[in-house]
Ligand binder design. Structure first.
Ligand SMILES: *[C@@H]1O[C@H](CO)[C@@H](O)[C@H](O)[C@H]1NC(C)=O
Length: 335
């Protein structure tokens, strides 16, 4: 009798545990969350660079040098990489010298010895994707933090890093001569459905003052690649619905700022880490296209509880464009 009672209790416990696990996986497969402390005064500063790893060539070293200078001036807390970290074909494995030659030996300034939160670009998917995602790389350079999709909780701001390459049909339908490493992504539709749901849940649950979403691919761009229609259709409505402040990307090798007529969201491209000067800029509504620069450079962001400031710099560290927005109690009351 005692044994029966025990088994019944045990059974009920197991079933509820299974329901818990099942629901945790089906409706809320949470994104990995990392904690990034803000400064003691509550503010944060960081740099954003994209499309860079070319062993210093195409002005990569010059951009790196200026990042070091500006990084020191702003006393940055970390760096964000918007992907296409290693050209042309990602890393071949954990021992690919490109990691040293294009990252560790290039971004040597003291101010850049901070966490580098990185996403993958389409070029990174052409290599051994698991090598670039491996935490073992941190033994070679402890700054390197690269995951497919994750959240960085920095107190006043939450960052949502989204793996955008699997959204783009062309890499699957027309890979041409390129071989993409889709391990961990297939079946594709399940991967995308889960990812969109995870991003939506994470955004909805965020209580940070500011919400910034980072991906490699453009959502809106006047550059060579233009808009990414798959992201416009699938990701953008989630960003609109959750009051996202900035979408930050690379992919187009330029610097640009686009605002939106129907939302407060701003689209910032920082893809000028090395090769640039593509020379083909598309026409865009000048009301929306606030700034476009075809050449190399990077972006800085400074955030306090009530203010967010974005600055774009060229290869010599000259300011090309800046933009500011505010949130005050009035804003919170009416929002
Ligand atoms: C390096 O930057 C300078 C200044 O913007 C530019 O004139 C030059 O074309 C760049 N070099 C390359 C290879 O992009």
């Amino acid at each position: 009798m005692a044994a029966f009672k025990y088994n019944t209790v045990n059974f009920i416990f197991s079933v509820s545990y299974l329901i818990f696990i099942f629901s945790a996986h089906s409706s809320k497969a949470e994104l990995r969350r990392l904690q990034q402390p803000a400064k003691p005064d509550g503010t944060l500063s960081f740099l954003v660079v994209g499309d860079w790893g070319r062993r210093g060539s195409f002005n990569q070293s010059h951009v790196a040098l200026q990042m070091g200078e500006i990084g020191e001036k702003l006393d940055i807390d970390f760096v964000i990489s918007t992907g296409d970290n290693f050209y042309d074909n990602g890393l071949t494995g954990l021992h690919d010298p490109a990691f040293q030659d294009s990252f560790t030996s290039i971004y040597t300034a003291q101010s850049l010895q901070k966490p580098w939160y990185s996403v993958l670009g389409n070029h990174d998917y052409r290599g051994d994707v698991r090598a670039q995602l491996s935490p073992m790389l941190r033994a070679l350079d402890k700054r390197w933090i690269c995951m497919r999709s994750f959240v960085v909780d920095a107190e006043i701001v939450d960052f949502f890093f989204v793996d955008t390459t699997p959204f783009a049909d062309k890499y699957f339908v027309q890979p041409n001569e390129h071989v993409y490493d889709w391990r961990g992504v297939l079946p594709r539709q399940t991967y995308l459905d889960n990812l969109l749901q995870d991003v939506d849940v994470a955004l909805r649950e965020s209580s940070a003052n500011w919400k910034i979403v980072i991906g490699h691919h453009t959502i809106k761009s006047a550059g060579h690649h233009g808009n990414t229609i798959e992201l416009e259709k699938q990701l953008l409505p989630i960003l609109y619905a959750n009051g996202v402040d900035l979408y930050v990307n690379g992919h187009d090798h330029c610097l640009e700022h686009i605002s939106s007529a129907d939302s407060k969201i701003q689209f910032m491209t920082s893809g000028g880490g090395s090769k640039a000067w593509k020379g083909d800029v598309n026409q865009l509504d000048p009301q929306e296209l606030r700034f476009y620069y075809d050449g190399q450079g990077f972006m800085s962001v400074h955030i306090s509880e009530t203010e967010l400031r974005v600055v774009f710099y060229d290869v010599s560290g000259h300011i090309l464009h800046h933009w500011k927005t505010y949130k005050d109690e009035l804003y919170f009351a009416s929002y």
